[in-house]
Design a protein around this ligand. Structure first.
Ligand code: XIL
Length: 388
C-alpha cells in the first residue's frame, strides 16, 4: 500500500516536470524559502523599483547585482545591522570585508543626516548617501534610513535662518519628501523621528522642531513620510528606554497617542547604547518593554547597540565575556520576539566607535576589535541569531 502511494507521487511529479511546470514550482519553493529567510521589514520589493538618480548605467549594474544577490540565502530571520562610515568603507579593505561577510543591514552613521543631505536651503547633496545605498543594494544588504527629524542633525542655515512656523513646516515637508522619494524601493525602513523625548522622559525634548512647529511636528513627520513612501516601515527611535522606567513610559505614551490619532507609525527603535557597569539591560526588563510595544501592534528594532565600559590598557577576559553575555541576551530576545526584526550595532569595529570621541576614551564597545578580529560578543550574537 505504502509503496503504491510513492509510485503515485513519482508519477505525478514526472507528469508535472514533463508538462513544463518545473520552473513554476521551483520558483514557488524558492519564493517560500526566500520569504522565510527575509525579515519582516524586507517586503519583496521589486529590484527595479524607483531610482531617481538618472544614472542608468550605474543603476542597472547595481540592479543586476541586486537581482543576483537576492537569490542568495539570508542567514538569519533577524537582520544583523551596523552603522557604516562611508570614508572608512572606501579606504579600508578589512572594514569592507568584515561588513560584507558578517552583516545583512546598513545604517548610515552620518550620511543621511539632514545637515548633510540638505546643506543649503533647498540644496540637496546625495553623493555620500547614494554611494552607501548603492553599496548596500549591490551586496544584498538592507538599509535603515535615518536622520530625517533629529535635533542634532539640524543644519545651521535652518537653525539660524529666522524662519516662520509655516516656513519651517514647508522645509521639513520638502526634506522628508525629497529624501524618502529618492530612496523609495531601496530603503524600506526609516527612523522618521529620533530622540523627541527629553533625557529623563518628563517632557518632549525642548529642541528646534518643538520650538518652531510645536508638538505636532512628530505626527506631521510620520504623515509626510507615509505620503513619500506608502510601503516603508516607519519608526520612532530613542535612547534610554530599553528598561522599564520613566523614559520607557514616556515613549509608550507617545507612541500610544500617535497610534490613537491614526498616525502612520509602524515601529519603535531602541538605540541600546549601554554600559557594562550601569545602564545594564536585563532580559526580563527589556522583554517586558518589548511585550508592551508589541501589544500596540508595532514592530521593534534594536537600532544602535554598543556596550561600553571596557576601557584601560586591555579588556579583561571577564569584561569581554560580560559584554558577550549582554549582546547575546539581547540578540536572543530579539530572535524570540516575533515583532523584533533587526539588531543593529553602532559601528563595525572598536577602531571607529563614536564612543571614543564622545567620552575621550579608548573603549571596546562593538563586535570586532581594532584589528577586525571577532570578539566573544560577535560569537554570542551569531550563535543567538542562528538558534531558532
Ligand atoms: C552619532 C554618530 O555616531 C557620530 O558620528 C556623530 O558625530 C553624532 O551622532 N544617537 C543617534 C546617532 O541616533 O545618530 C548618534 O550617532 C549616536 C546617538
Amino acid at each position: 500500500m505504502r509503496s503504491r502511494k510513492w509510485l503515485w507521487l513519482v508519477a505525478v511529479l514526472v507528469v508535472l516536470v514533463s508538462a513544463g511546470t518545473y520552473p513554476l514550482w521551483t520558483t514557488w519553493i524558492t519564493g517560500i524559502t526566500q520569504a522565510t529567510n527575509t525579515s519582516a521589514t524586507t517586503p519583496q520589493r521589486h529590484p527595479l523599483a524607483a531610482d531617481s538618480r538618472g544614472s542608468a548605467a550605474a543603476s542597472s549594474l547595481a540592479t543586476a547585482q541586486a537581482i543576483a544577490q537576492t537569490q542568495k540565502k539570508r542567514p538569519y530571520r533577524v537582520e544583523l545591522g551596523t552603522a557604516v562610515q562611508l570614508d572608512v568603507l572606501t579606504s579600508e579593505t578589512p572594514y569592507r570585508d568584515t561588513l560584507t561577510s558578517h552583516f545583512t543591514s546598513i545604517t548610515p552613521e552620518n550620511a543621511l543626516d539632514f545637515r548633510w543631505t540638505e546643506p543649503g536651503p533647498g540644496v540637496y547633496d546625495f553623493k555620500a548617501a547614494d554611494d552607501l545605498v548603492d553599496f548596500a543594494v549591490a551586496h544584498n544588504m538592507t538599509v535603515f534610513g535615518n536622520g530625517l527629524v533629529w535635533y542634532q542633525a539640524v543644519p545651521d542655515w535652518l537653525k539660524n535662518g529666522q524662519y516662520t512656523r509655516s516656513q519651517v513646516i514647508a522645509i521639513l515637508h520638502d526634506h522628508i519628501y525629497t529624501v524618502m522619494s529618492r530612496y523609495r524601493g531601496r530603503i524600506d525602513s526609516w527612523e522618521v523621528v529620533n530622540e523627541a523625548l527629553s533625557n529623563d522622559g518628563s517632557a518632549l525634548r525642548d529642541n528646534f522642531w518643538l520650538q518652531k512647529i510645536g508638538p505636532d511636528y512628530i505626527a506631521m513627520a510620520f504623515r509626510w513620510a507615509r505620503e513619500a513612501d506608502p510601503d516603508a516601515t516607519l519608526y520612532y527611535n530613542d535612547y534610554g528606554a530599553e528598561m522599564p522606567g520613566p523614559k520607557f513610559e514616556a515613549l509608550y505614551n507617545l507612541v500610544t497617542g500617535l497610534k490613537k490619532e491614526g498616525t502612520p507609525i509602524s515601529g519603535v527603535g531602541f538605540q541600546m547604547h549601554v554600559n557594562l557597569s550601569y545602564l545594564k539591560p536585563t532580559m526580563q526588563g527589556v522583554s517586558a518593554n518589548f511585550v508592551r510595544i508589541n501589544s500596540l501592534g508595532l514592530k521593534i528594532r534594536i537600532t544602535e547597540m554598543d556596550v561600553r565600559g571596557l576601557t584601560g590598557n586591555g579588556a579583561t577576559q571577564q569584561q569581554l565575556d560580560e559584554q558577550a553575555n549582554l549582546y547575546g541576551s539581547m540578540a536572543t530576545l530579539c530572535m524570540h520576539t516575533k515583532a523584533c526584526v533587526a539588531l543593529t550595532v553602532w559601528g563595525v569595529t572598536d577602531k571607529y566607535t563614536w564612543i571614543d570621541a564622545l567620552f575621550h576614551t579608548e573603549d571596546r564597545p562593538l563586535l570586532f576589535d581594532r584589528s577586525y578580529r571577532p570578539k566573544p560578543a560577535f560569537y554570542a550574537v551569531r550563535y543567538a541569531l542562528k538558534t531558532p
